[in-house]
Design a protein around this ligand. Structure first.
Ligand SMILES: [Zn+2]
Ligand SMILES: [Zn+2]
Length: 158
């Protein structure tokens, strides 16, 4: 019997799942916004609607960064905005430490806690989060396995 994941692990794993949809080969990121044990929105780094994908046509590099994709955190915030879901006071579960721009967007959107398992990279994100009193919780990376076996449930049919 595998251990039941706690809430942080669960949302981080959902963020990892979202990252599988990412389209930029330089980085696959996922983000889940959650509040009161519920998912508000999710996102991954991908092109703007209708644009080519990096993995099909190559990255669009400017100053050593790929600028084609909308980042996972931005996409999650935008998805919430498009559907009219408030994110004030929510937590952001991200597969990779947000970049400076995403950190600023999360702070300004009223995100109060960031849960992450990757290391800090060369950005001002941590400094901005600290200034804005956003909690950063570093967790271990959840297992990359999904423990699901339909056959073991007596009421299931495969
Ligand atoms: Zn790219
Ligand atoms: Zn970003």
């Amino acid at each position: 019997m595998t251990k039941r994941p706690d809430w942080d692990e669960y949302f981080l794993k959902l963020a990892m799942l979202a990252s599988e949809r990412a389209t930029c080969p330089r980085m696959h990121c996922g983000c889940v916004l959650a509040k009161n044990k519920n998912v508000i929105a999710s996102g991954y780094n991908g092109s703007i609607p209708g644009d080519d994908h990096c993995e099909d046509v190559g990255c669009l590099i400017l100053d050593n960064h790929c600028v084609r994709t909308v980042h996972a955190e931005m996409n999650a915030l935008i998805q919430a905005a498009r559907r009219g879901h408030a994110v004030e006071g929510a937590s952001a579960y991200v597969t990779n430490m947000p970049c400076t721009t995403c950190a600023k967007a999360l702070i300004t959107a009223g995100i109060k806690r960031v849960v992450v398992f990757s290391d800090f990279h060369d950005t001002l994100a941590v400094e901005f989060f600290n200034k804005a009193k956003v909690t950063i919780d570093k967790r271990l990376m959840p297992s990359t396995e999904i423990n699901y076996d339909l056959k073991k449930y007596s009421s299931a049919r495969v």
